[in-house]
Design a protein. Sequence first.
Lengths: 275, 117
Amino acid sequence: MFPWESAFSGVETCPTFAATGLREDHINGDIAIAIWQEWSMRQDKQWLREIGYPMLMGIADFWVSRSVYLEGDNKAHILDIIPPDEYVDHVNDSVYSNFVAIKSLKYAVQASLVLNETCDKCENYKKLSEDIVILFDETLGIHPEYASYPGNTVKQADVVLLHYPLNLEMPEETQRADLEFYSTRTDTHGPAMTWGMHAIGFLDLGDHEQAAKYFNMSFQDNTHEPFHVWTETVSHFFVLLLGMISYFFFSFSPSLSLMAMLLISLLEPVDSSRQ
Amino acid sequence: MISGYPGLRITDNQGLQLNPACPENTESIKIRSFQYRGATLDLEYQCGATQLKGGRADTMRVKLVDIQDEEKFVPLRMRSASKRTGEKGMLPKPLTKGAEITLDLKEFSKDHLFFIY
């Protein structure tokens, strides 16, 4: 499906020594979300019909191909994946990945309804979206990052993205529990955009003290003299231009969405008269 | 700076959500020329003297300053909704060109969200 890194050609250019290009499949769901956000913001039916809908159908087909029903629980599972927390690989039922898969399937169905398109596959999409498992640990009151998650250090925002930007409805105590649980398990030398997600989460809970703490964490230690250059990680002095641009224009929005929007712009049909 | 304190969110089916809050030591937040469904919006939150520690904005002003295509434009409306009770309230004036809505947020409980749709 969509590449993790695409360069100009649109084909996968992520080197195979980094398994993200092979298994970080949530990129497809991220793109589906970006498509639906584009539709929500512009309400351009022609764009949805010609560009968005075919992409959503293709992404939904991808998740159908990626899901399996295991004996015994009548639930659908997505196995052998890399979640947004790239410190792990070959995990099953990443809650983030599974939820973007669910949203992708629902968006394909919704788009067919908006466009009044006949959609033979939509019954199957709808059923699968209801069957894909979203793990929840009743004892800890949190969403575990993936099946059999042992509570180890995570690279960056993962489960906390369920609330924002994915809008998974959950009780406030669960949202707070996820934020507090993962804030103590997130690598402090990981990407700074993680703390922006924590700030947003606490803002939505009305906890302005915690929000201010994470808002400040998201940039204070990442600026460096003499030019106040902003870096992705505290210790990593390699400047990511894209990260800086996204901070200025989209600060607090996930870089994943920005990446997805950029991918969409690359994937739009090329005017043949210009070839 | 967009989705956090100003609380702008693109929802799946409810339009554009606003949840106006201010960082500590902030007097106001202004977002100019925000493009939404063919409209150009200016948003302004006044944080007030009570917001030294951050918190809900005191007032919110939404102004529709321009429309990209008058023929295609569907007038926008605003409503409020309580997160806890689900109670919804329609704000009376539709957002047409030049229209401006100013809300005293102290009249709403802190769990109220606002939507432009």
